[in-house]
Ligand binder design. Structure first.
Ligand SMILES: [Fe+2]
Length: 329
């Protein structure tokens, strides 16, 4: 652990005037104080050629310094924070993203997603006055979009296990003015009826179970078969789980199906539909629920309707029309 050799017992000794005579040292760079610290570090980025990078780093430094000045962490607490981030990094691999989990449980993922998908008159970030909310709302990507979804035909099932309540999800993809978007692509993925994604249960679920890439038809319509997903806990066997435990927060997410929807000339949409009535719908561990995304999964007992979807018993039917905003510019 690095320690400033002169830091014991308060402020470091100030160099004597005699020792610096003639060196023309700037006060900010050589007399680090609680008051000048943030300015000194921000100044060090002054020549950053990329203005956005300079803005981000300067703001990051100012906010981090303000946090430290406000909370005055002990050295032990600061070391604990470094350890936490180190373990978070070590927990990541090709199929586990602990930093996304951390961002999720801190509400940062939802904040970034929401800022980047404001419905404005400009169709983009900032500027313009909010218009009526015609576009489908976005929500977090989450940590389980880890493998490519296999391309499937409309009406195919994405469930290859066969347990759980059969379900049909259908709808249309439309532009904000109501024009259908034929050829829109829908990437969908979900947990099974036990609350696990395929990547969490290798050897139990077939690879790509619960995943599919569909293309909307000439009317912008889509439909696919699946099973009603379960609510589930986010992974708790890492540092983010320890954080939730230490703060007496539960790790559960309400039942949902993920979507990424794209169409030429339109902004891509990352969202979910949530199963109305699911446990935890009002206390999602990652703050991702928006009222407009909660959908009824209505049970249908009519054999004729079941046969129409290639099913032979009761099933749940969920309708989800998706409205995309035109791409800016
Ligand atoms: Fe999920």
């Amino acid at each position: 652990m690095w320690r400033c050799g002169g830091c014991q017992g308060g402020r470091p000794p100030v160099a004597s005037t005699a020792g610096t005579a003639g060196l023309n040292l700037s006060a900010m760079a050589t007399d680090f104080t609680e008051e000048t610290a943030a300015d000194a570090v921000v100044d060090s980025f002054a020549k950053t050629p990329d203005p956005r990078l300079r803005e981000l780093l300067s703001s990051l430094v100012r906010h981090l310094h303000a946090f430290v000045r406000e909370t005055e962490p002990t050295i032990a607490e600061w070391e604990r924070a470094i350890d936490f981030l180190t373990v978070t990094g070590h927990k990541c691999d090709d199929e586990r993203q602990e930093f996304i989990l951390l961002s999720d449980v801190l509400g940062i993922s939802m904040l970034v997603e929401t800022i980047n998908n404001r419905v404005t008159g400009q169709g983009g970030l900032g500027g313009g006055s909010p218009q009526k909310k015609t576009a489908t709302e976005s929500t977090v990507l989450g940590p389980f979009h880890m493998i490519e979804s296999p391309r499937r035909e409309l009406g195919e099932s994405i469930d290859f296990v066969g347990t759980g309540m059969p379900c049909v999800v259908r709808g249309r993809v439309l532009s904000a003015d109501g024009t259908p978007l034929p050829g829109a692509e829908l990437d969908v993925w979900q947990a099974n009826d036990q609350g696990f994604y395929d990547v969490q249960q290798p050897g139990v679920q077939p690879r790509a179970n619960g995943r599919g890439l569909f293309t909307a038809d000439a009317d912008g319509a889509f439909w696919f078969r699946t099973i009603v997903p379960s609510h589930y806990p986010i992974p708790t066997d890492g540092p983010v789980g320890q954080l939730l435990l230490a703060t007496e927060r539960h790790p559960y997410r309400p039942a949902h199906i993920h979507f990424i929807v794209t169409a030429p000339g339109h902004r891509a949409l990352t969202t979910h539909i949530f199963v109305a009535g699911s446990p935890y719908i009002e206390s999602d561990a990652v703050f991702a629920v928006k009222k407009s995304l909660v959908k009824e999964f209505t049970q249908v007992d009519d054999p004729e309707q079941a046969a129409r979807y290639g099913l032979d018993g009761p099933f749940c039917l969920a309708n989800f029309d998706i409205i995309l905003l035109p791409a800016p510019g």
